[in-house]
Design a protein around this ligand. Structure first.
Ligand code: PLP
Length: 361
């Protein structure tokens, strides 16, 4: 963004070079098959919808009052579900907000931050906003994270597991070894997609003082529209995060979001079944695309990153767009020939396949 000198003199100087994160397109038209922002094709469970409807049928009195400032009811429900204490949990308005508050609480004014070269592109935007110096660490030739490449001077590290963009997961054992070796660095592991994999590092937060985990209700629990994210960490880190939150917005989670998320936690079996269906659809789509000559990275998330030798990423994206299928193409030079496809219903995956088959035939 460029500003003229009149405006510039009123701005935080960081804004003159800020490149805000650009989210995938949110179309209001239902004519698209929307596979560009890793939303869940099944949405929330019927019980969650019932809870919301019952709440809305109550008198407006319940909306007259502020919600719980520390989201205690939801934190208690999360503590029960994840077998930890409420004091180990922080809740915010989507994990993007939780991440932003973490950057402010743990990365700002603490020297060098490091994150992978290819990853969630929100991280550099927040770092720039808060003036946090950062250095990216490279991935290996198979697009896997190599934690040995984290710069020794970094005081803090953040990466998603599975990694956003690629879907590739790092083993918990590798992460634990890194936490032990680098006990003086603070690590945040962004587990937005962990429910689609078979592992999580949540169980490690009481063992390692240098670890925080963030998760979200947007992906595996189909509630992207309600904006609920959460974080696990030792009590002292959570206290620090809470004090930053209270200096910024005392009530980040509204009442509807809070009761819906609590209700979602009571429907684990329903969500597990939907996750299973998403994995089945992912295996189907990945296998068929490989038969068509695509390279598909091994994903432990609800999306796949794919490429074809004969077509550019932009060409593939535009081909799908003509059939009203939205996917994500990134300009980053290392993946400009790739597109990321969110795993939808079986019908949606079949539409992707049919469209690409037509192109390749
Ligand atoms: C790696 C990663 N972290 C966090 C988020 C943000 O999730 P939320 O909807 O909870 O803000 C996303 C969203 O796409 C993501 O890909």
């Amino acid at each position: 963004m460029t500003y003229n000198s009149t405006t510039k003199k009123f701005l935080n100087p960081n804004l003159t070079t800020l490149q805000p994160y650009v989210p995938g397109e949110q179309t209001q038209e239902n004519i698209f098959i929307k596979l560009n922002t890793n939303e869940n094709p099944f949405g929330p469970s019927p019980n969650v919808l019932k809870t919301i409807k019952e709440f809305l049928n109550l008198s407006g009195q319940s909306l007259r009052l502020y919600p719980e400032p520390e989201s205690d009811s939801l934190r208690n429900a999360l503590a029960k579900r994840y077998s930890c204490k409420k004091e180990n949990i922080f809740v915010g308005n989507g994990s993007d907000e939780v991440l932003s508050l973490c950057f402010l609480a743990f990365f700002a004014n603490r020297g060098l931050l490091s994150f992978p070269k290819l990853t969630y592109s929100f991280y550099p935007s927040i770092a720039n906003l808060f003036n946090i110096p950062y250095e990216r660490f490279p991935l290996n030739e198979n697009f896997e994270l190599d934690l040995n490449k984290i710069p020794s001077e970094a005081n803090s590290v953040i990466f998603p597991n599975p990694n956003a963009l690629t879907g590739i997961i790092l083993k918990r054992k590798t992460i634990e070894e890194t936490l032990q070796k680098n006990y003086q660095k603070l690590f945040i592991i962004d587990e937005a997609y962990a429910d689609f994999s078979d592992q999580s590092c949540v169980g490690l937060v009481n063992k390692y003082d240098n670890l925080l985990i963030t998760q979200t209700f947007s992906k595996s629990r189909g509630l992207a529209g309600l904006r609920i994210g959460f974080s696990f960490g030792n009590e002292k880190l959570i206290e620090a995060l809470t004090s930053v939150k209270n200096s910024f917005n005392s009530y980040p989670v509204d009442k509807i979001a809070s009761i819906a998320a609590t209700s979602a936690l009571e429907n684990d079996e329903w969500y597990k079944d939907k996750i299973k269906q998403i994995k089945t659809n992912k295996n189907f789509l990945s296998g068929e695309l490989q038969n068509l000559g695509f390279r598909v990275l091994p994903s432990s998330a609800n999306f796949i990153l794919i490429t074809h030798n004969d077509y550019s990423g932009l060409e593939l994206k535009n081909t799908l767009m003509r059939d009203k299928i939205l996917v994500r193409h990134f300009e980053h030079q290392d993946i400009s020939n790739w597109i990321r496809v969110t795993i939808g219903t079986l019908d949606e995956c079949t539409s992707v396949l049919d469209c690409l088959k037509k192109k390749i035939a």
